[in-house]
Design a protein around this ligand. Structure first.
Ligand SMILES: NC(=O)c1ccc[n+]([C@@H]2O[C@H](COP(=O)([O-])OP(=O)(O)OC[C@H]3O[C@@H](n4cnc5c(N)ncnc54)[C@H](O)[C@@H]3O)[C@@H](O)[C@H]2O)c1
Length: 253
C-alpha cells in the first residue's frame, strides 16, 4: 500500500484566499502539487498572494470574485474551466463577521453575514458541482467554525451562518455521493488572522477565549491548511457529509 497526499495536476479553487486562513489553505494545496486559483473580492491582494505562491515554486492564478454574486461566479467558473480544463477541488472559505448583540444588530449586518458566509457557499457549490459531475469526481470543502456547533454572545448572525454550513454540507454530500464528489467542512476554533487580531489585542477577551480552549492558545493558519489538504486528497475518499473540528479541544469539554 502506498498512500499519497499529492495533488499533482489537480485544479483547486479557494475562495477568500487573498489572506488569512484561505491564503494558508491555498499555500498548503500548492505545496502538494495543486494549481491553486486564488478567488477573492480583494483583487490586488489576491494577485500578490498568487505571485508569492509562484515565487515559492507553486502554481497559482488570481481572480476577482465576490462569492455573493451568482452571475459573476458563473463567469468566473467558465473562465477557470476554459483556462485549466477542469475543477477538482473547491474550498468555500470566504467569510466575515460583524459582532453585535442581536438586539443592536442592524438588519443589514445580519443580511451581509448570511449572504457572504452561507449564500456564498451555496452559490459556489451550485456553480461548481455541475463541472465536477461531468468529470465524475470532485472534492468540496467548506469553512465552517466551532460556532456552527456552539456559540457565544454577539454571534447570532455568525453562528447561524456557520450552523447553516454544517447542515448544507450534509445535504449536499447526499446529493453528490453518486457522482463520486465528497463534501466536507473544517470547523476551526479561534485562529490568528485579521479577523481575530482585535480579539487577541483585547486582554480580557483573549483570556476568556484561551480559557475555553484546552490547548490554551489560538490556532495557526497552517493548522487549518493541513486538514484541508487531507480532505482534498485521496486519503479522505470515504469521508463525506462531515464537519471536522480543528479546535485545540474546544468541543471536547
Ligand atoms: N479566524 C478565525 O478564528 C476563524 C475561526 C473559524 C472560522 N473562520 C472562518 O475562516 C474563514 C476565513 O477567515 P479568516 O480569519 O481568514 O478571515 P480574513 O478576514 O483574514 O480573510 C477573509 C478573506 O475573505 C475575503 N472575502 C470577504 N468577503 C468576500 C466575498 N464576498 N467574496 C470573496 N471573498 C471575500 C476577504 O477579502 C479575505 O481575503 C471565514 O469563513 C471565517 O468565518 C475563521
Amino acid at each position: 500500500m502506498e498512500l499519497s497526499l499529492r495533488l499533482d495536476k489537480k485544479i483547486a479553487i479557494v475562495t477568500g484566499s487573498a489572506m488569512g486562513i484561505g491564503k494558508a489553505m491555498a499555500q498548503g494545496l500548492a505545496s502538494v502539487g495543486a494549481t491553486v486559483v486564488i478567488a477573492d473580492i480583494a483583487e490586488d491582494i489576491a494577485q500578490k498572494t498568487a505571485a508569492e505562491i509562484i515565487s515559492d515554486g507553486g502554481k497559482a492564478a488570481a481572480y476577482k470574485l465576490d462569492v455573493t454574486d451568482s452571475e459573476q461566479y458563473k463567469n468566473f467558473v467558465d473562465s477557470v474551466v476554459e483556462r485549466f480544463g477542469r475543477i477538482d477541488i473547491l474550498v468555500n472559505n470566504a467569510g466575515l463577521n460583524r459582532r453585535n448583540l442581536c438586539i443592536n444588530m442592524p438588519e443589514e449586518d445580519w443580511k451581509t453575514i448570511i449572504d457572504v458566509n452561507l449564500t456564498g457557499v451555496w452559490i459556489g457549490c451550485k456553480t461548481v458541482a455541475p463541472v465536477m459531475i461531468a468529470q465524475g469526481r470532485g472534492k468540496i470543502i467548506n469553512t465552517c467554525s466551532i460556532m456552527g456547533y456552539v456559540s457565544l454572545p454577539e454571534l447570532t448572525g455568525y453562528s447561524a451562518s456557520k450552523g447553516g454550513i454544517l447542515q448544507l454540507t450534509k445535504a449536499l454530500a447526499l446529493e453528490l455521493a453518486d457522482y463520486n464528489i465528497q463534501v466536507n467542512s473544517v470547523a476551526p476554533a479561534y485562529i490568528l488572522t485579521e479577523l481575530t487580531q482585535k480579539l487577541k489585542d483585547n486582554k480580557e477577551m483573549y483570556a476568556d477565549l484561551i480559557g475555553r480552549t484546552p490547548m490554551k492558545r489560538f490556532g495557526t493558519v497552517e493548522e487549518i491548511a493541513g486538514p484541508v489538504v487531507f480532505l482534498a486528497s485521496e486519503l479522505s475518499n470515504f469521508m463525506t457529509g462531515h464537519t471536522m473540528p480543528v479546535d485545540g479541544g474546544w468541543l471536547a469539554w
